[in-house]
Design a protein around this ligand. Structure first.
Ligand SMILES: Nc1ncnc2c1ncn2[C@@H]1O[C@H](COP(=O)(O)OP(=O)(O)OP(=O)(O)O)[C@@H](O)[C@H]1O
Ligand SMILES: [Mg+2]
Length: 513
């Protein structure tokens, strides 16, 4: 029945080398509710839910399912008890179909399953829960949003009554996120329970019934949504008031440090993703690129940083023509990239914190001497970086895949910024970060700008673009369709241009710098 306690966690603790990730956390989940788990990066959210879903064993405390104590040795045990988790990084097998993925890892041997029957059941579940996806499509053909639906269907197929979603909106567009919220609300209304991990206050206020705030591994509060506010939640989450005011210390210069003219490039799907794009960024200036994702953002970042061929047009960094240059040469020209996928292009998950910190300078003294790496020097530099940028790491020799999302991003920024770039391309630099970490990253970018760097900020977050940029350009179908000083930009105008609606010339659109 709605309101019944489905799951109770009592005094759960979990220690990793060097950190107490969960410190005697208690939490109950009721049938019929969306329960948000809110907390800063590294607060212990993923760890706590990985324990509930059988991935980790707790060091202390107990779990009760419908009043009975249980011990989960694996995610299989948890799912048998009706608890399923959709992780931040999906675990689907690309060449397999949706229905095949749904059956992967089931107890029943695969030959005993009739694929056609599974396909039917998946379609039925999809219809019932508003999770539209073709059961016969192969995973690689699906958008990220659709892949997420497959992960949810997988859990529903296994009979999950408690569905745990780890930062599900981090990979979604605002529209997809809204659709997902509708699905989650419906599931709760049908008597299931949803645990929704997030550090975005607005989302939590939108979708949750109750909210548990974790801070530094502890449960600091569990509140009814109706009885709290975004402001109170922010304070509970970070333990202090958060403000993001910043005074600029120097005006933008005249010198053009990054210049693109008529750039064309192919996208992954085999058609033109950039279609004659022109753009300039001056020294000491942040130019924000607004746009709905999929309009060429990724390709733009990739052509500038030499990761994707330029078909036509030219790219200059300062006075140097860099069109078609190798990434290594671009780094030498003073270009740095904060890429979208931190654990793909940005960092190497299996390498240590130290090795990742020197990835871009290991060929040069003082990090290396001749063919030899100087370990002592590397450790010294890394320690300085980690301290200066307040990156929380389990140790300098820990593989970076053990860092929380926020700390991965900090490490990446620390490395890129410490190289003192002249031109910086930042793609969704705060995606997945909490308010505290976001403020930290914003401060770092603004400081870089004041130091005279030219920064191209590509982001889906209009608030972020308006808060940081000196100038805003709008990207639509591979072209810049509008441009305005940030101080005069209106949200409505930008929104319209993002949707491809052209504004009359005198309304602020059009033109180039
Ligand atoms: N497998 C692991 N080995 C070692 N330390 C870990 C491991 N997983 C998490 N940690 C550490 O435990 C702490 C809590 O991490 P957790 O991933 O639970 O945080 P989170 O609240 O989910 O953060 P984020 O919002 O960044 O995802 C962090 O300090 C993290 O570095
Ligand atoms: Mg997490």
């Amino acid at each position: 029945m709605a309101g019944d306690i489905l799951v109770e966690m009592r005094g759960i603790s979990k220690r990793f080398p060097g950190v107490l990730a969960n410190d005697r956390v208690s939490l109950s989940v009721r049938a019929g509710e969306v329960h948000a788990l809110l907390g800063e990066n590294g607060a212990g959210k993923t760890t706590l839910m990985s324990i509930l879903s059988g991935l980790y064993r707790p060091d202390g405390g107990e779990i009760l399912v419908e009043g009975r104590p249980v011990v989960f040795r694996s995610p299989r045990d948890a799912i048998r008890a009706g608890i399923g988790m959709v992780h931040q990084h999906f675990r689907l097998v690309e060449p397999f179909t949706v229905a095949e993925n749904v059956t992967l890892g089931l107890d029943r041997p695969r030959f005993a399953l009739h694929l056609a029957a599974v396909e039917q059941e998946v379609a039925r579940l999809g219809d019932r829960h508003g999770l539209k996806v073709d059961p016969r499509a192969q995973i690689w053909q699906l958008s990220v949003g659709e892949q997420q639906r497959v992960e949810i269907l997988k859990m529903l197929y296994r009979g999950a009554r408690v569905l745990i979603m780890d930062e599900p909106t981090a990979v979604l567009t605002p529209q997809e996120a809204r659709d997902l919220f509708t699905v989650l609300r419906q599931m709760a209304a049908a008597g299931r329970a949803v645990v929704f991990i997030s550090h975005k206050l607005q989302e939590v206020m939108e979708v949750a019934d109750r909210i548990t705030v974790l801070r530094a591994g502890r449960n600091v509060a569990t509140l009814e949504k109706a009885a709290t506010s975004a402001r109170e939640l922010a304070r509970l989450m970070v333990g202090r008031e958060v403000s993001v005011s910043y005074q600029r210390t120097r005006q933008a210069g005249q010198e053009v440090l990054l210049c693109l003219e008529g750039v064309e490039a192919m996208g992954d799907r085999g058609f033109l993703a950039l279609r004659g794009l022109s753009l300039r960024v001056h020294a000491g200036e942040i130019v924000g690129v607004a746009g709905v994702s999929g309009n060429g953002q990724r390709e733009l970042a990739e052509v500038i940083s030499g990761l994707r061929p330029t078909l036509r047009g030219s790219i200059r960094v300062g006075d140097t023509e860099v069109t078609g240059c190798h990434p290594a040469r671009l780094i030498a020209c003073g270009l740095s990239l904060v890429p979208e996928d931190r654990l793909g292009t940005g960092l190497v998950p299996t390498l240590t914190v130290c090795d990742n910190a020197i990835l871009k300078c290991y060929r040069h003294p003082p990090v290396s001497r001749g063919p030899f790496l100087r370990r002592g020097e590397i450790r010294r530099r890394t320690r300085v970086l980690v301290e200066e940028f307040a990156v929380k790491v389990p140790g300098l020799d820990a593989p970076v895949r053990k860092l929380s999302g926020g700390n991965l991003q900090r490490l990446l920024l620390a490395r890129e910024i410490s190289a003192r770039p002249r031109v910086m391309v930042a793609v969704h630099p705060t995606r997945g970060l909490d308010v505290g970490a976001t403020a930290g990253v914003h401060r770092l970018l603004l400081e870089q700008r004041d130091e005279g760097a030219a920064i191209l900020l590509i982001s889906e977050d209009l608030d972020e673009i308006l808060a940081l940029s000196d100038r805003v350009v709008v990207l639509y179908e591979g072209r810049i369709v509008g441009e305005m000083p940030a101080a005069q930009a209106s949200r409505e105008e930008i929104g319209l241009m993002m949707a491809g609606i052209e504004l009359p010339k005198d309304a602020g659109g059009g033109g180039q710098a």
